[in-house]
Design a protein around this ligand. Structure first.
Ligand SMILES: [Zn+2]
Length: 671
């Protein structure tokens, strides 16, 4: 029998035949698919004909169906419905795939052909999308070091290897320090803690073999402990341990590792001809330069500090009224902020939940897409990988556009979090290909299933990514849908969250599970009011981390990372009662791997854009303004990475994003 992963899929919408695929099919299919792909790359590199856009760049863009089929099915089930066999396969596949793709980027013959096309680019009469794909392909090889020769090439390989090792050590040290610390609580120390914290502390104690409940450094325990425990001495002790992770001296200390990582990154950027690692890293982003990032962060920093300083005075006053003298300290902030939150905006999740039925929230996310973009959704009966999955055909004006799959419920076989991926990406080359897009979430099951407010936001967020995939209309797969810069990719998703907060959407779809009554306006007001609470603190702890990350990667790498961190915080006037969200020895985003190095700013960058983009609707005819919706699709959702993101945004908005809408949304705008 032929392996179903390698056969042509003669199914409805060419969906994977999940009912025929067995786990034993994956390994042999992957080997064959990789061999086919390698042969294909060999043919492109060794082609004796003169290099052209068609025989190099379009050839690279031509899908090898076997490889696409194996990878899309495997990564879908490995993430959303794993089992021991699939876990073992994943351990086997990861290094195999890494080796396969790094052989391609290191293929000197292939790079030479790409460079030949690049050198003739001005005489090739390429469309703007083709020019962009050529530029991105060429740049990707250059950034990987394909043009380096001799000792520079050898040194680059050494640096990459050493950075991978250091990143792993950094992560493991952090985990070791988190694992090694615990604080036992006597029964009298539990006063004031809500039941869920006590339960979590007891469970942690049982797991660690302690006699009673313990506080650990897991965020899910320490954060609520700092929020709720009236014991200032215990809060101080726990906070000290939390901020000392990775900086306890000895074997697990991360400070020297961080310094070595920064030095190697600077050297890597220099080998590739960049002024600094930040310049290298930001080249491919919307922000482009360190000064653009710093400009945006400082625009947010000043009003955030002003708000945080006002809040600090209120919290210190609350503390003094309890008879505690002295300054408000970092281990006091969350405790008094929680007391203030309760007094000002007590929002009871239990009261809210019956209004947020999963099925009605799915309907709401679809209905907004119907009003904005004319999309229609029709349930499909097709075999999928788990009985909880649901599928819809997405059409517009009667024409097939995409298949959308929703896999909403938590289960043991699914990794945590929520994500969107394309099981098949949109492309018009070499033939028109309609996308198959999946949203995976971890909501609790129920009859009916009810969501928290955060869950409902997640649903809209992931559906925003799905729209970016489904409305994509570009020629080449490598730049379709969400294949865009990291600081641009969250724009469609975070923007779509705003429609959940539109009062007419909630009054139609947030109806009570038993009575069918719409959500009362007072409840809605509470939900929206709570979303700006303590934003001074949250913005300050985040922006401080982002500014330190940026400073680390500009200019000469610091020998003493803690001294550099202190210097940056001093310069920006960090409030004394707030610490960085991630101090250097714990800053896994930046040091565990390369993903967010000089890129931690990108969360804020996206938030600035989504607030500014939604304001464009409000300034026009409201949340469903048809002209704005058309502009959003035309300039952003359909374009993928085919045009520079700053140009796309400017085409949509008439200008680059400004911070005013974000400051207003976070409650930080000057009164
Ligand atoms: Zn996202």
């Amino acid at each position: 029998m032929t392996n179903p992963l390698l056969a042509h899929w003669d199914t409805a919408f060419e969906l994977a035949p999940f009912d025929q695929i067995r786990d034993a099919d994956f390994a042999p299919a992957l080997d064959q698919a990789l061999a086919q792909h390698q042969d294909w790359i060999g043919e492109i590199a060794d082609n004796p004909a003169p290099a052209s856009f068609a025989n190099v760049i379009e050839a690279l863009e031509t899908p090898v169906p076997a490889l696409e089929q194996v990878l899309s099915v495997f990564f879908t089930v490995a993430g959303a419905d794993s089992n021991p066999e699939r876990e073992a396969l994943q351990r086997e596949f990861s290094p195999k795939l890494a080796a396969h793709f790094s052989t391609i980027t290191a293929n000197k013959g292939l790079y030479a052909r790409i460079k030949q096309v690049w050198d003739q680019r001005d005489s090739l009469d390429l469309t703007s999308e083709q020019q962009r794909v050529l530029m991105i392909t060429h740049r990707g090889f250059l950034r990987g070091g394909a043009a380096l020769e001799g000792t520079a090439d050898t040194r680059m390989q050494e640096i990459k290897g050493r950075l991978a090792t250091l990143g792993t050590e950094f992560t493991q040290n952090l985990l070791a320090d988190e694992r090694d610390w615990q604080m036992e609580l006597g029964e009298e120390d539990l006063a004031g803690l809500p039941e869920f914290v006590v339960d979590a502390a007891r469970a942690a104690g049982a797991e660690k073999g302690a006699a009673g409940p313990v506080v650990t450094l897991s965020r899910s325990i320490i954060t609520p402990f700092l929020q709720f425990s009236p014991r200032r001495d215990l809060r101080q002790k726990a906070f000290a341990a939390f901020t000392a992770r990775g900086a306890n001296g000895g074997e697990t200390d991360n400070r020297a590792i961080a310094a070595e990582i920064l030095a190697l990154r600077a050297e890597r950027a220099e080998l590739l001809g960049y002024d600094s690692f930040a310049d290298y890293k930001l080249e491919t982003e919307m922000a482009k330069t360190p000064s653009a990032v710093r400009g945006l962060l400082m625009d947010v920093w000043e009003p955030a500090v002003a708000r945080a300083n006002r809040d600090a005075e209120i919290l210190a006053q609350m503390m003094h009224e309890e008879g505690i003298n002295g300054d408000l300290e970092p281990w006091d902030w969350r405790y008094y902020a929680e007391k203030r939150r309760k007094a000002e905006h007590d929002l009871d999740e239990a009261e809210l939940k019956p209004y947020l039925q999963l099925d009605r929230m799915i309907e709401a996310s679809f209905a907004c897409a119907t009003r904005l973009f004319g999309l229609e959704f029709r349930p499909l009966e097709v075999p999928l990988y788990h009985e909880d999955c649901r599928a819809w055909e997405v059409t517009r004006d009667g024409k097939h556009l995409a298949v959308f799959i929703g896999d909403y419920f938590a289960r043991g076989s699914k990794r945590s979090g929520a994500w969107c991926s394309a099981m098949r990406a949109q492309a018009n080359f070499p033939k028109p290909t309609n996308p198959i897009v999946i949203n995976v979430c971890n909501f609790a099951k129920g009859e009916p299933a009810l969501l928290s407010w955060d869950d409902a936001r997640t649903l809209f967020h992931e559906f925003g990514h799905a729209l970016h995939q489904m409305l994509s209309n570009v020629s080449y797969e490598s730049i379709s849908g969400t294949s865009v810069a990291r600081d641009f990719v969250e724009l469609p998703s975070q923007l779509y969250e705003h429609w959940l907060e539109v009062p007419e959407v909630l009054s139609e779809f947030a109806t009570h599970a038993e009575t069918g009554a719409p959500m009362p306006p007072e409840l809605l007001a509470k939900v929206l009011g709570a979303s700006t609470f303590d934003m001074g603190f949250q913005t300050v702890e985040y922006v401080a981390s982002a500014l330190v990350d940026l400073a680390f990667h500009e200019g000469v790498a610091p020998e003493d990372v803690m001294a550099k961190q202190a210097e940056v915080l001093e310069q920006i006037g960090m409030p004394s009662a707030i610490k960085m969200r991630h101090a250097t020895p714990q800053f896994a985003h930046v040091f565990s791997g390369d993903g967010y190095s000089s890129g931690y700013y990108s969360y804020m960058w996206s938030e600035v854009m989504d607030a500014d983009a939604f304001a464009a609707f409000e300034e026009a005819g409201g949340a469903f303004d048809p002209e704005r919706a058309r502009a959003l699709e035309r300039h952003i959702l359909s374009m993928g990475g085919s045009v520079d993101p700053a140009e796309l945004y400017t085409a949509f908005r008439g200008r680059l994003p400004g911070v005013e809408a974000l400051l207003k949304g976070r409650g930080l705008a000057a009164e």
